[in-house]
Design a protein around this ligand. Structure first.
Ligand code: C5P
Ligand code: ZN
Length: 475
């Protein structure tokens, strides 16, 4: 463990001592709506339950000043923010004077605060990379484990949060890795070397090959019949009885042949054997369920949040079987929405809603796409064949008759551009807009009346950025 981690963990100990001095009245809990935020608040809820503490919970996309002003007036003495709050530390400090506040977050922040009433725990203040080394759920886990050792039994949930925030790159780093050690120790995670392809537990084999964009399989990705043919070529019958085979149905010999086959197809690519990687299995979860593979679990949590059913995701993290069933339904509904939206995009029925600039794409979906998944659509397209000559995707959809949801994505995860900064420029000075995010993904909520202005700015800003990239490339 390096010095930064050491000082952070010592600080966590001090913070826990402070927290123990709080009165035992009811707590107002606020968490972020994505997979990491849902995992984070599940860990906190488990801890509060163990302590017999009462709480009420809000799951939010972001903490606007209106929201903070509203909740600080509520009749609570204590507030806990998980995976959110660090970006507003100054405002929170000024609004919540006289209240107890605990913030457990890993997003960018302005300053350390350990004042009389505010406990601010954020690893980035200790030189730790909050984008890769630890997630919001990880911070909550480290804090809660200090309160009650029993939390070790939920280390896997902290890793699901990290996976949701895309912090795994063929292994976990630093604090995330120490959490993985806990989970493996507890037997709640088993790490195996396997095919690094999403959906191994739940999706038909030919489908995961067809949809595999990372790793990309030339001649197979994006083509269902080619995927079936490829399976036959490597000696795998795509069906068992009347149903399609999944990876879990393959013998080890078949898996070996499949992996070799994929590597052969990828011979012309930069790293042909980039198909092998760590797979994180939850041995206590049912095979072929979306809970068995930690990455699929994270996707399910995201789905519950996007479908406004985060409480089902929390129930699933806490192991409640009824909630798990319902969460799976939310996942199905979420997938249906996505398929509907992608079909709308493909068919191009409303061509004036889709604008292609040189190197960027603007999807102004208005009321044609559910705003809750407009970010997911931008993410999917950014990883697909369809964005071959595109660097940025901006998508918008109406939330109601007043507001619009905006999302921004880039197609090259290695580019150093910070989408949060670009998003800030897009809404700079426009009244009533709010936005946030990070390097890889940014989003916001804006009044409908600014949609055209934001799109016009996007043409300028994204046009200029892609032009610069092309020039860099020529040099
Ligand atoms: O919603 P979307 O997937 O586009 O969000 C991408 C990122 O932007 C997320 O990290 C999210 O928290 C952030 N965001 C935000 N405020 C919003 C919407 C999104 O900070 N109103
Ligand atoms: Zn997070």
């Amino acid at each position: 463990m390096d010095d930064n981690q050491h000082s952070f963990l010592s600080f966590v100990k001090v913070a826990v001592q402070r927290f123990r001095e709080w009165d035992t009245g009811p707590i107002r809990l606020i968490s972020h709506i994505d997979a990491d935020g849902i995992s984070a608040c599940s860990l906190m809820i488990k801890t509060l339950n163990l302590q017999n503490r009462k709480y009420s919970l809000s799951i939010v996309q972001n903490v606007s000043s209106d929201f903070l002003e509203k909740i600080c007036k509520e009749d609570y003495g204590s507030y806990i923010f998980t995976d959110i709050g660090s970006g507003h530390i100054r405002l929170i400090s000024s609004l919540f004077s006289g209240k107890n506040v605990l913030i457990l977050d890993h997003h960018k922040t302005e300053e350390v605060t350990l004042s009389k009433n505010i406990i601010h725990v954020n690893p980035t203040l200790f030189g730790i990379d909050g984008g890769r080394e630890v997630s919001g759920a990880g911070v909550v886990y480290l804090f809660c484990k200090e309160i009650d050792e029993k939390l070790k039994g939920m280390a896997h949930i902290a890793l699901i949060g990290a996976l949701g925030d895309v912090q795994e790159e063929n292994g976990f780093l630093a604090l995330n890795n120490s959490i993985l050690v806990d989970a493996v120790d507890q037997g709640t995670i088993r790490v195996i070397r396997g095919l690094r392809i999403f959906g191994a537990q739940t999706r038909p084999l030919h489908k995961i090959l067809e949809y595999s964009t990372d790793p990309y399989i030339p001649g197979v990705t994006g083509n269902e019949s080619a995927a079936i043919q490829f399976l036959q070529q490597v000696g795998i019958t795509p069906r068992v009885g009347n149903s399609w085979k999944k990876i879990v149905h393959l013998t080890s010999e078949e898996i070996k042949n499949l992996i070799e086959g994929i590597i052969m197809k990828r011979m012309g690519e930069e790293n042909p054997d980039d198909v092998l990687g760590n797979v994180y299995l939850l041995p206590h979860e049912e095979k072929e369920s979306p809970f068995r593979d930690a990455k699929e679990f994270a996707t399910l949590l995201n789905a519950t949040g996007r479908m406004q059913k985060a409480s089902l995701g929390i129930g699933a993290c806490l192991g409640d079987s009824k909630n798990k069933q319902l969460a799976m339904r939310a996942l199905i509904a979420y997938k249906k929405e996505i398929i509907g939206a992608l079909t709308w995009f493909e068919k191009g029925k409303n061509p004036d809603q889709i604008e292609r600039g040189k190197g960027y794409l603007i999807i102004n979906a208005a009321g044609y796409v559910n705003y809750a998944i407009i970010g997911t659509i931008a993410s999917i397209l950014s990883k697909s064949e369809k964005s071959k000559n595109i660097s940025y995707i901006l998508s918008l959809a109406h939330m109601d008759e007043r507001l619009s949801k905006v999302s921004l994505r880039k197609t090259n995860p290695r580019s150093s551009e910070d989408l949060r900064e670009i998003m800030k420029e897009l809404i700079d000075g426009l009244e009533g807009c709010e936005a946030g995010g990070h390097k890889q993904a940014a989003g916001g909520i804006v009044p409908l009346k600014w949609e055209n202005e934001i799109i016009a700015r996007a043409h300028l800003i994204l046009g200029k950025k892609t032009m610069e990239e092309r020039i860099d490339f020529l040099e």
